[in-house]
Write a protein that binds this ligand. Structure first.
Ligand code: GEK
Length: 246
């Protein structure tokens, strides 16, 4: 990804008051490093977006990337598909993310039709789209807002369209969940995060990132009208689903 990427040390010093996690300039600067070291399977999920688009998006179809951050999904698609294959709209609430995503996409893939807009995915005026990506974004919305967003995405999808939904998840069984969370912390330790960083980030994300179970996700997708959904990827407590609109 971008060469202007710094190592994530946001939670490496004791903070008097642990800051609530937000997507500000400080996070943007180290975002590629942070997400790679803290989201198991992030790279594998991005790597499958091209093949999924090739299979499910008509030639020249439109792709929404909601909560696009620095446009990593757009970069992955443009790296795998020719310019005429798709049109991309990234949307993010954070002005700092949008600015950097625009710069990166136009610098790396000037031939591809890719735009990035600042916006709140809860209130967007959605255009018809053939593929919608929610890559680790729904989890940051308040739980009471999630049903309505998924229902609106179902409406925006063209027949034959797909929604790719990647999320941090919670296991329904408490013991299973504890095991997954502990192994996830092992994953972070193995990726160089200290005990202090792990515990401070955990506190900062409390009430900001509230995970659902896979069962809750699938029930929500069905409720919104999706004919079929399945989990196509899972690594510890991180999973990606694909939902089909027939
Ligand atoms: C990736 N998809 O690299 N509207 C728009 N954006 C929002 C909203 C909202 N209501 N709430 C949060 N965001 C990316 C990774 S990161 C995941 C997604 C993470 C944005 C927020 O500003 C941030 O950029 C993104 O959702 C979540 O493939 O940091 O773990």
């Amino acid at each position: 990804m971008s060469d202007a990427s710094y190592r994530d040390a946001i939670f490496s010093t004791p903070l008097d008051r642990v800051a609530r996690f937000s997507f500000d300039e400080r996070v943007v600067a180290c975002f590629p490093d942070m997400i790679r070291r803290s989201v198991p399977g992030y790279g594998q999920i991005l790597a499958m977006l091209g093949p999924l688009a090739r299979r499910h998006l008509r030639h020249g179809g439109h792709v929404y990337d909601l909560g696009c951050s620095l446009g990593a999904a757009g970069l992955a698609l443009a790296g795998q598909l020719p310019p005429a294959a798709f049109r991309y709209t990234g949307v993010d609430l954070s002005p700092a993310m949008v600015e950097r995503a625009k710069e990166t996409l136009s610098a790396e893939h000037p031939e591809h039709a890719m735009t990035v807009e600042e916006g709140d995915i809860r209130h967007l005026d959605y255009r018809p789209s053939g593929m919608i990506l929610l890559n680790f974004t729904l989890q940051f919305l308040a739980p009471e807002d999630r049903d309505a967003v998924i229902a609106r995405l179902f409406e925006a999808l063209e027949p034959g369209g797909v929604l790719v939904l990647s999320e941090k998840i919670k296991a329904a069984d408490e013991q299973d969940n504890a095991w997954l969370v502990e192994r996830y912390h092992d994953f972070k330790r193995a990726n160089g995060y200290s005990e202090l960083e792990i515990s401070q980030k955990r506190t900062a994300l409390e009430n900001v990132l509230v995970p659902d179970t896979l069962e809750a996700h699938r029930a929500r997708l069905a409720q919104a009208g999706f004919d079929r959904s399945l989990v196509w990827f899972q690594y510890l407590n991180f999973a990606s689903l694909i939902a089909f609109k027939e």
